[in-house]
Design a protein around this ligand. Structure first.
Ligand code: SAH
Length: 248
């Protein structure tokens, strides 16, 4: 009787023990990275900008890990707010001076039609290019010099109101403030939306609301213009919730 020949090449072979061990190790590594990202993320939402800055300065590796985790999360999103920001910027004057506050990977500066886009973050993410390292509550910019300030998911500190006030300082009269945030951050303990409180907080420091978009179920965008004569009758900003990412 003829001996049955092996079917090498027709069916995938069973992974060898070594390969199996590697994939288990990789899965574990990914899980660990995921939980580290969630831990860091929560820390940054429950600290002031200054405290997060001090933490990142002390351990820069934390920032790299945060960004790796953030990138992994955004891969799953059907739409990224940074693309919305790009859409908004396209068709606007190319000579506008744009600042990307909490720029992360600095995609705006790479893809926006404006030639002057300055990036700001607590540390430079790998491949972000030129980033001005600072806490965005205190920008190394002169007052009334900026055309557009973008906060794309970056109102992270408990003192985020001071980030917006700093943007108000550096924006020119009639300059634009563009904000995207996660919707669930704006829902209080009773399930009530705090979006109107956020909007009136921002209006109280001299902005007028130009558009509000909540059609996407995950994020909202609010766009303001700085008024020529500022009211500056500061009301408080609501305490936004931390954005918690799910375990994957
Ligand atoms: N805007 C980017 C990244 C969002 S992640 C995007 O949409 O893809 C939020 C970013 O805000 C992080 O890079 C974080 O480091 C930055 N950030 C948060 N608080 C900050 C602060 N106080 N000063 C500077 N950057 C801050």
């Amino acid at each position: 009787m003829k001996k049955k020949r092996g079917n090498k090449g027709l069916h995938p072979r069973k992974p060898s023990k070594g390969v199996k061990k590697m994939s288990t190790l990789n899965a574990l590594k990914q899980k660990l990275q995921g939980s580290k990202f969630r831990w860091l993320n929560e820390l940054m939402y429950t600290k002031s900008g200054e405290d997060s800055f001090a933490m990142i300065k002390e351990t820069p590796k934390l920032f790299e890990e945060y960004h790796q985790g953030y990138r992994e999360q955004t891969k799953q999103w059907p739409e990224r707010p940074v693309d919305k920001a790009l859409k908004w910027l396209s068709g606007r004057p190319k000579d506008w001076f744009v600042i990307d506050l909490g720029c992360g990977d600095a995609e705006l500066s790479k893809r926006a039609p404006q030639t002057r886009v300055q990036n700001f973050d607590l540390a430079p993410a790998p491949n972000a290019g030129n980033v001005t390292v600072c806490n965005i509550a205190s920008l190394p910019l002169q007052s009334s010099t900026v055309d557009v300030a973008i906060f794309c998911l970056s109102l992270m500190g408990i003192d985020y109101g001071s980030f917006i006030e700093e943007a108000a300082r550096v924006l020119k009269s009639k300059g634009w403030l563009w904000i995207a945030e996660v919707q669930s951050r704006c829902i209080d303990e009773q399930g009530r939306s705090m979006l109107d409180d956020l909007v009136s907080g921002i209006e109280s420091i001299g902005f007028s609301l130009k558009s509000k978009s909540i059609e996407n179920s995950h994020f909202f965008t609010i766009v303001f213009q700085k008024q020529e004569t500022q009211k500056m009758k500061r009301t408080s900003f609501p305490a936004l919730r931390a954005c918690m990412y799910k375990k994957r």
